[in-house]
Design a protein around this ligand. Structure first.
Ligand code: LLP
Length: 437
């Protein structure tokens, strides 16, 4: 993959030497190339414009949610997918237009639903029977209405490169199409005058490299829409095909570009709609990774280096599964470089280890690097999605800082956590005399 390097052989991120950023903000550090986020967003939006179809591209904020990130999403005229009170709160803090927010979740709490209703968000993606009851009663109590989509499981499971067609999909999300459960939910929603059903939603998986899964799902949803039109006179205005568009983490990955995904989706929706004489619905998608993923880089400082002759060399960095749990959790692969040795020849294979007390805390199992020294700066690429978002305080490590870089400028957008903040929720405990039996 192409990396930007200056004459001194230093890695540049959005035109700024990685070393300068590490010196100013410390490591581990998440750095986002904001222009890249913008390009990713524009690529999706532009394709829909080119095809002159009505569409909404909602950023799935679970990939990386922060006030600054959502401000950029707003500037790029994206819509927003939130899945919790916390994500909705962040969106409100970012002054994201509420009518462009929709909410997901397989177990939305009363409080989350009330918050969504009170703030008049655009739409709720209804996931289960309990939620239909809960939401209806909130709306009744507040004497208002809410637009909803019905989330269905179309029986297509994407495993990155291939798809499994399952009769009844085993998923905690949504209503099963094949068993008639989705139609039962549809009927329940139709009986609730305060729920305004706009259409259907499905999400078939994540980090998908082929378009066939999306087109298969589109056909399944159209089939249901056509059945419900015939049986119940329902016309879907919206068809939400979820997220899941795969990105390149390492040179082994050969993803489609964003235009190709959007192109394949639009083509299929157009074909289905003309074949069934179904009025063309508005197409909604919810990319998370494909917007934020390749815009993020994590910078670490190299510490101990342990060589086990004939076995491997562990190169430990000052972060690990606390700032990026994906390698430990999913065996996710990444590429890395030594940021100040970009012009030096590759000399050795290293295993990049984190600093958690956990043998599985590895960031990269095999990576070729120039000869590494203590205090070298290591840059790991494409960490922008589900990296900081899944950060945790295991071993009471502090969450790293996040910096946005654009147009030769950089600014801190999430402060580094400090020890005081880490213990801010802790209360002391004193042993009390128990009641005598
Ligand atoms: N819409 C729905 C309903 C979703 O469940 C998801 C992701 C998305 C959209 C966005 O998917 P994306 O475009 O980012 O693939 N933590 C995992 C990924 C979990 C994705 C969960 N749902 C990872 O690090 O790979």
């Amino acid at each position: 993959m192409n990396r930007e390097v200056n004459e001194q052989g230093e890695l540049l991120i959005a035109g700024i030497p990685a070393k300068e950023l590490a010196e100013q903000y410390g490591t581990p550090l998440y750095v986002y190339d904001v222009e890249r986020i913008r390009q990713n967003a524009r690529a999706f939006i532009q394709t829909f414009k080119d095809y002159e179809v009505r569409a909404q591209v909602a950023y799935a904020s679970k990939a990386f949610s922060s006030i600054a990130m959502l401000q950029v999403a707003k500037q790029e005229e994206l819509s927003l997918d939130v899945v919790s009170e916390g994500e909705l709160y962040t969106a409100l803090e970012a002054e994201f237009p509420v009518e462009k927010i929709h909410m997901h979740g397989n177990n939305k709490s009363l409080k989350e639903l009330e918050m969504a209703v009170d703030h008049k968000i655009g739409c709720i993606v209804v996931d289960n029977f309990y939620e239909i009851e809960l939401l209806s009663s909130i709306l009744e109590q507040k004497q208002t209405t809410m637009e909803v989509l019905l989330r269905v499981t179309p029986g297509i499971e994407a495993h990155t490169h291939d798809y499994i067609l399952t009769g009844q999909e085993d998923s905690k999300f949504g209503f099963d199409l094949s068993s008639g459960q989705a139609e039962e939910a549809f009927l329940k929603i139709s009986q609730q005058k305060r729920l305004k059903l706009k259409g259907l939603h499905c999400h078939i998986g994540s980090q998908i490299f082929e378009t066939s899964g999306f087109t298969m799902a589109t056909r399944k949803l159209f089939q249901a829409m056509q059945d419900w039109r015939k049986r119940h006179g329902f016309l879907a205005e919206v068809l939400n095909l979820g997220g899941g568009f795969g990105i390149q983490y390492t040179s082994e990955d050969d993803p489609l570009d964003l235009n190709q995904y959007a192109h394949a989706l639009i083509k299929e929706v157009k074909e289905q709609s003309s074949m069934l004489s179904y009025p063309m619905p508005e197409i909604w998608i919810e990319p998370g990774r494909a917007i934020a993923g390749d815009a993020g880089v994590t910078l670490y400082t190299v510490g101990s280096i342990k060589n086990i002759p004939g076995v491997r060399t562990y190169l430990s960095v000052d972060g690990g599964m606390t700032d990026n749990i994906r390698p430990a959790l999913y065996q996710a692969k990444y590429e890395a470089v030594l940021a100040s040795k970009m012009n030096q020849p590759m000399e050795q294979e290293y295993t990049i280890a984190g600093k958690c007390c956990e043998s599985g805390d590895m960031l990269i199992w095999e990576v070729e690097l120039p000869k590494a020294d203590h205090k070298d700066l290591l840059a790991m690429f494409s960490t922008g999605a589900y990296g900081y978002a899944m950060a945790n305080n295991y071993n009471r490590f502090q969450k790293s800082a996040v910096v946005f870089a654009e147009g030769g400028e950089h600014s801190l957008v999430v402060r580094r956590e400090d020890y005081r903040e880490m213990t801010r929720l802790d209360l002391s405990y004193e042993k009390r005399e128990g009641k005598q039996a």
